[in-house]
Design a protein. Structure first.
Length: 405
């Protein structure tokens, strides 16, 4: 049965899950016209195994009674400013570049593998946290999301530019690739935005908006990471005045550092263990013997890939590494900064899906009345995504509650 997001009701990450958006990636045919047969086989196997694991994840969710809305594989996260007719042309003509319109790095557009990066449900509203009109319109045109379920964030999130603080790269004029993307999506850039107001605005490296995992929903309270976007808390207070706030300063995507698996209980990486102010009174389990960042196989190749990604084939095949670092650099993240044991998805207060069988984590979950179920995702080290990243929980039972005194 096909589903779409028609309504949103999600106030935390543990109430019984009823609907979820699941990411996707390109099919192996994406690499059909790479001329080097060995390289082509490796790239296609990467996509095939990713597809297999996503389909298994989908089956497990459905078996748990969750409706799954899966994104189409060709829904790219970034738009192309310069492009080729085929990937084979790109492979043969590496003097030119494909360019993601936000980050201005070279590389092929990223598939929609991790919707958690740019979608978040605040209660009864689904927010789109990056102003990428093609991606936004793709969700609507592919009947993934009913526009009535979305807030007007495609427009409103750009207001965040007026709240940005800090030092960094300054753009000296209107952001042309964004103007290009709006034109391609059939939207009027000049009408929607006061170009002068963003002319000298600060742009963070990856997005005009913010990464959704910089915010953790805890009922009537938002735990906001203020370390990278200084005015994120003030922006959210303006946009969502009905929420309380508390703040952390961890950096990056917080779901790679901690997970509030159910009320009163947190699983966390060892580099951030003090939650006395953000989650006062909650029990904290610190992960011991993690798979990351000390994975031996990763250590063997991380100097070749700048510590950013790993697959089983990275050690032996230089052409494979060079192709990924040159043309797939939008697809990979900084996997050495992630701890995938913590990137779990709670189905309900008695059931949680985990990506790795960590003995200490499993024992802790069982001790608080939760059954951990292992869901493999073999190429998490390539995509820098765990089970939480791969999904967005759009409908959970329950409503707004207060979990802090």
């Amino acid at each position: 049965m096909a589903y779409r997001v028609d309504k949103v009701n999600s106030w935390n990450g543990w109430d019984p899950l009823k609907q979820v958006v699941l990411g996707n990636c390109y099919t192996p045919e994406f690499f059909d016209d790479v001329k080097d047969s060995k390289l082509r086989d490796l790239l296609q196997r990467l996509l095939m195994e990713t597809q297999e694991d996503l389909q298994n994840f989908k089956r497990q969710l459905e078996m748990a009674g969750v409706d799954v809305v899966q994104l189409p594989p060709n829904l790219s996260q970034f738009n192309l400013v310069h492009g080729y007719d085929s990937i084979g042309d790109l492979h043969e003509n590496t003097s030119r570049a494909w360019s993601g319109h936000m980050s201005q790095r070279t590389g092929m557009p990223k598939p929609p593998i991790a919707p958690r990066d740019w979608l978040i449900a605040y209660g009864e509203e689904l927010h789109f946290t990056i102003p990428d009109p093609k991606l936004y319109m793709g969700l609507i045109k592919n009947n993934i999301i009913n526009p009535d379920a979305m807030n007007s964030s495609l427009i409103d999130e750009v207001e965040m530019l007026r709240f940005k603080e800090g030092t960094g790269n300054k753009h000296k004029g209107p952001f042309e690739p964004t103007r290009y993307a709006f034109k391609e999506a059939g939207l009027d850039y000049e009408r929607r935005f006061d170009v002068g107001s963003i002319e000298h605005a600060f742009f963070c490296d990856h997005s005009h908006g913010y990464a959704a995992p910089q915010v953790t929903r805890v009922g009537d309270t938002l735990v906001v990471d203020t370390s990278e976007i200084g005015n994120l808390a003030r922006y959210l207070a303006k946009k969502l005045p009905h929420y309380k706030q508390c703040h952390v300063a961890i950096g990056g995507h917080n779901d790679g550092t901690f997970s509030p698996v159910k009320p009163g209980h947190i699983v966390t990486a060892s580099w951030h263990i003090d939650y006395s102010e953000s989650f006062p009174g909650w029990d904290v389990h610190v992960i011991q013997n993690p798979e990351s960042p000390g994975l031996k196989k990763f250590d063997e190749v991380r100097s070749k890939v700048n510590g950013a990604w790993w697959t089983p084939d990275a050690k032996e095949n230089r052409e494979y590494v060079e192709f990924i670092d040159t043309w797939l650099n939008e697809w990979t993240g900084e996997a050495m900064e992630s701890q995938f044991e913590v990137n779990m998805l709670t189905i309900n207060p008695e059931l949680v899906f985990c990506i790795n069988n960590n003995e200490g984590v499993f024992k802790y979950l069982e001790s608080i009345g939760m059954t951990p179920v292992l869901i493999p995702f073999r190429h998490r080290w390539f995509w820098d995504s765990g089970l939480h990243c791969l999904t967005v929980d759009t409908v959970r039972e329950g409503g707004m509650q207060s979990y802090f005194q």
